[in-house]
Each structure stands twice: as C-alpha cells, then as structure tokens.
Design a protein around this ligand. Structure first.
Ligand code: KG4
Length: 378
C-alpha cells in the first residue's frame, strides 16, 4: 500500500482540457476522508465550438495543444509543487521532440517547461486513454508520456467512463452499497452500467446512435439555441407556461426489453415538427419542455428497470447531463435505492475523476494507447 501518494491527472478526451492534482492518504478505501484535491482546473472550449453546435475534433486537438502546458504550470503552482530546474537533460528532450513530431506546438511549450521547472513530490501520472476523440486523447497521452519519461514518474492509463462512474465520490457522500447501477450520460456517452465492485463493471445498455447530451445539443441547434444545448433547453423548459402547440414527441425504445437507447429519431422528429411550425418563443419553450421530458422519461424508465432486474442497492449518475435538474428530481422521487449524484463541477469532463480512479481502482492500464468504448475491463 502506498500512503500519501500525490497524483497528477490529465484529461483531454473531448473538448475540455483538464488537469488535477490529488493527494491521497490511503489507496485502500475510496472514502472522501482519504484524499484531498489540491488543484482541479479545466479550460473549457465551449466558446470555440459554439459556432459548430458541437465539438469539432481537429479544432479541439489544436486547443488542447495550446492549453495543456499553461494549465499544467497553473495547476502545479496552485498545489505548490513546482520549483526552478537546475539541470537540463538534452538527450531526453531530443527523444521527446522525436515523439512529439505531430504535436509541434505542444513540444515547443513543453521544452520550455522542462528546461525551466522541476516537478516536486508527484508519485504518479494518470491520463485518460478513452473512450473519446482519438486526436484529443493522443494530445493528453503525449504530454503524460513525456512528463513521465523526463521526470521518471510512473504513468497509468484510466478509462474515462470509470471516471464518470466514480465522480460522485469526489464530494462528501454516503457509503456505497453494491451492486449498483451507473447511468453515464454526456455529450459522447449514454450507458447503463452494472457495477459489481470497484474496478468491475459491465455495460448492460447503451445508445445505438446519438448520446443523450448530443440530442440536447442537436435539438437546441434546430431551435436556434446556443451550445451546449442541455442547459439551454432546460432553461426554456422551465419558462414554459403555454400549451398552444400540443407537442408530443416519441419516447424512443422506452418499451423495448433491453437497456439500449436511441436518440437520433427524437432529433428527426423535432426537425420535422419545427419545419411545419413558426418558431416563436412559446414554440421554443413548449418544444424544449417536451424534448427534456422525452429524454428524461426514457433515461429514468430504463434505469429504474435495470435497478429492479439487477437488484441494485445504489444508483450512480455521471456525465454532463447528470447536471439536469429534472433528471435528478425524477430519480429522487422514483428510486428507492441510494442515489449518488456528482457535485455539479464534477458532472462534466474533469481530471479529478481520472486521478481518483488511478488511486482507488485496480482497473488501471500500463499500456498507454487510446481504447474504445466497451473495453472498460480490458
Ligand atoms: O460530460 P460532458 O461535459 O462532456 C461531453 O461528453 O462532451 O457533457 C456535455 C454534455 C452536453 O451535451 C451538454 O448539452 C450536456 O452535457 N449538459 C446538459 C446539462 N448540462 C450539460 N444536458 C442537460 N441538462 C443540463 N443541465
């Protein structure tokens, strides 16, 4: 058992560049009292992707390259773990240069960092290795590999989904009772996961096409609302006072005897309906209310069935959409099992959840290359 371990974690799976530093007293029990988040920083790219109405991978990669090293400096300064360097290893820098041929901007900033600074007291570096957008994942992985090599710090890879599953433990929480069901809902993922014990998970259902967050984003765009669409739709739904248009959207796959989802039909239904109507403010509010109700109904219904069938004792939420107030309200009203909801700042992509997994889960990877969705127990 390692005690008093400090982990630097890096998350670049999608459009958020995130770095966190966690200090853990023990790696045995995932208990809030056992660790401390020394620094948790995220540079959001929301404004950059807004004109596209979603994440543009090549642009996201470029932004990660630009942002990573300045964010690293800020994080280490915040945690007081940075000191001036007295020696420079030019041999190692040349090797890093070769490895970062395709990340020139990252290399130039990193070179300056390595020659100027020494990192203090970091025992482990953890990096997200997937699922996510490959060019983005590689940027974080390349930085993590370079730091690990230059400063001789062990490196591990973490599954992004496991980060979301455990994200509610980053804040004070009740004791977890297992088995549990986790519902991970974000811009890129919609999964129902059977959680047997820490490190052992099985995806029992997932979206066949668009993720729930993606559906919020795409339907918001149809209605002329801003990106990200989830909070915008939610805001409009709350303001809805009328029922002029009497809109009824489908609840896709709600009665199917499996735990899979499909949200692309919902987007098409919104598109056709909106083409037949004048888009007034009342229309936007009524449509937003129906979009939110449809997504929440499907997510809640299927999750409650999974809890029953798998005799789960806890339900964990994670991912950007788990910040949705209607979703939370419905689960609070309808579920009889213990409910774990992440603090809002940890619902979206963040690096603390990656650090947490690297300390408490046996499910970490020594081979650092991007992995795909289902390989959570690879
Ligand atoms: O986990 P996340 O930050 O990263 C990605 O997977 O990209 O999730 C972002 C997603 C977006 O699709 C956004 O519209 C959605 O989460 N989202 C919400 C809310 N806040 C963010 N959806 C519904 N209600 C919200 N309050």
């Amino acid at each position: 058992m390692i005690t008093n371990m400090i982990v630097l974690s890096i998350e670049t799976s999608c459009d958020d560049t995130a770095i966190s530093i966690i200090k853990a007293k023990s790696s045995k029990k995932l208990d809030y009292a056992n660790f401390e988040v020394l620094s948790d920083l995220t540079a959001s790219q929301i404004e950059i992707h807004r004109p596209y109405g979603g994440v543009f991978p090549a642009v996201a990669k470029r932004e990660h390259q630009k942002t990573l090293v300045p964010l690293l400096i800020k994080s280490l300064k915040k945690a007081n773990l940075l000191k001036e360097s007295k020696t420079i290893d030019n041999k190692k820098i040349s090797k890093i240069k070769k490895n970062l041929e395709k990340n020139e901007e990252l290399f130039l900033q990193l070179k300056e960092f390595l020659t100027k600074y020494q990192i203090k007291d970091i025992n482990k570096i953890a990096v997200t290795i997937g699922p996510g957008l490959e060019p983005c994942l590689y940027t974080g992985i390349n930085l993590a590999k370079s730091l690990s090599y230059y400063y001789n710090i062990p490196l591990v890879g973490v599954n992004h989904l496991e980060g979301h599953i455990l994200s509610s433990f980053l804040s004070p929480h009740e004791d977890l009772e297992l088995p549990a069901i986790a519902l991970i809902v974000s811009g890129g993922n919609t999964q129902l996961i059977y959680f047997e014990k820490i490190g052992k998970y099985r995806i029992i259902g997932e979206t066949k096409d668009d993720a729930a967050g993606e559906c919020f984003d795409k339907t918001a765009r149809i209605l002329g609302l801003n990106y990200p669409g989830g909070p915008e739709i939610s805001k409009k739904a709350k303001e809805c006072k009328s029922n002029i248009y009497n809109i009824t959207l489908p609840r896709p796959m709600i009665n199917d005897k499996n735990y899979d989802f499909s949200f692309s039909g919902l987007k098409t239904a919104v598109l056709y309906h909106s083409k037949k109507n004048k888009i007034t403010d009342d229309y936007i509010k009524e449509m937003s209310l129906e979009i939110e109700s449809s997504i929440v109904d499907v997510l809640v219904d299927k999750t409650l069935r999974a809890i029953d069938e798998y005799k789960a004792k806890s339900l964990l939420l994670g991912g950007g959409v788990s910040a949705n107030q209607k979703l939370i309200k419905e689960f609070k009203k309808k579920t009889k099992v213990k409910l774990f909801i992440p603090n809002k700042k940890y619902t979206g992509d963040n690096a603390s959840m990656i650090g947490l997994v690297s300390i408490y889960s046996p499910n970490i990877k020594k081979i650092i290359k991007p992995i795909s969705n289902l390989k959570i127990n690879e």
